[in-house]
Design a binder for this molecule. Sequence first.
Ligand SMILES: Cc1cc2nc3c(=O)[nH]c(=O)nc-3n(C[C@H](O)[C@H](O)[C@H](O)COP(=O)(O)OP(=O)(O)OC[C@H]3O[C@@H](n4cnc5c(N)ncnc54)[C@H](O)[C@@H]3O)c2cc1C
Length: 463
Amino acid sequence: MAKYDVVVIGAGAAGLSAGAILAKQGKKVLVMDRDEYLGGRGMAIPYEGYRLNLGGHLLEDSGSGITKIIEYIGGKLEHGPTSKGMPVWVGDRWKPVQELYNTDKGELKKIIQILTDIDFKEFDNYDDVPLRTWLRKYTTSEGVIALFEYITAAEAMTEHWYDHVASDNLYVRKMHYMEKRMAGYSFWPVGGWDGMFRQMADGVTRHGGEIWMRTTAQKLLIEKGRVVGVAYEKGPRAIPNEAYNWEVVETECVISTLPVWNVLNFVREEDLPDWYVAQIKLLAQDQFRACWLGFYAATREPVFTGVHPTELAVWFGAPNSKLGGFGFLGTGYDPQIAPPGMHLYNCGFVYQGLRSPQWVEKHFALAERDLQAFYPDTWTDKNIIWKKRHLVAQPAFGVIQKPGLVGKYRPDYSAPNVDGLYFASETFRSRGIGVDRAARAGLTCAERALGRRIPEFKDSWHD
Ligand SMILES: Cc1cc2nc3c(=O)[nH]c(=O)nc-3n(C[C@H](O)[C@H](O)[C@H](O)COP(=O)(O)OP(=O)(O)OC[C@H]3O[C@@H](n4cnc5c(N)ncnc54)[C@H](O)[C@@H]3O)c2cc1C
């Protein structure tokens, strides 16, 4: 039977980070993923000559997260274009974001200074505090509060002021102010998202690790409170109804990156303490999924509001669907994701919690009318070559980041009662945004598995 020092379940940002770091540290590593493409929720796939990003749109790392991890494992993550312009739909037209938020510079500076001085650990105290409540302690400037809340709504997709959590959002603001001297920093990875995940996978194999795609982890094997192996099934299935043809790899250490929604299919509930399972189930509730109705459109002329091809357009209440959302021109950031001269647009109409098929069908139709209102000259049959609706719900973007659902309220990285079991999914503990957050969680779990911190990451905040 094959034996590995560490088996990592999932080849998304968390799994590839953990796997590559541990392989570089000399561990015999196996990463397995049930999918055929790398990248998990952040993957990019080929479609009709285009490269569709199923997940990743923009990366939010100001340097110390996934950028540093890729450098450590022998690659290079070049930061490509950042968004130039943020038009916001207000009433019946687009307005530049600067017109909407009149911030008092002195007050803004004061808040930045407070954030710079605060220790990252202190954010644990604000895991159940709304962002506005925290800001009001230090400023009365409505402009500053509005600016912070605007960025938060766009990043974390929470809607009401009392749903924007202070800790997670201030964490990202602090990181970006400290590393880039700006409130928000996001970029397109040079070489595309698939290029980035390929580099991370190379980081695993270059250091002697293995990656098995189309391999589903079926069950974590535990004996006397210690991990002993993983039962898995290799795909694709030759016979449609075959089942339970499991094989086993031996290991004393497993890093699972499965999100809260499906982790208990792999780690059996009865193997974990009931309170820890309850934490997982709280977050896994359908009502806490951050979802959206999305459209990809391949077009002859670019679809954007006219500010800049790398603009990130945002709306808080679209005229017909009444949903908030975002839209961007993928080819504005990276022309390589479409055939020469063609364009690819991507957008999402955001909502929280699973909805009925009737609701989804109706809102897709309304959202389409919104797009006609947003882009009257380019969202036309003449300009659109093809368009595809898509649904982000199963899996969702993530677990909604609201007070009481983040930080210390999430299950810890280490299984409380099973030696050698770690959880690196960004839906568990960890802070940050999306793919960068997942990579930092992978780093933390790699360090826990090693039993020590890695000096090269001493300035990269992670738990
Ligand atoms: C539509 C969409 C848009 C997004 N946009 C952005 C963005 O612009 N920027 C950003 O930073 N983040 C974005 N995110 C969030 C980001 O994609 C996720 O936070 C991140 O990819 C999570 O990484 P992860 O490694 O924790 O988990 P995942 O990416 O979910 O990886 C888990 C992996 O486990 C595998 N798996 C599951 N079950 C099994 C099993 N039993 N056996 C083997 N393998 C299994 C899955 O196939 C998957 O590859 C977006 C997400 C979505 C869905």
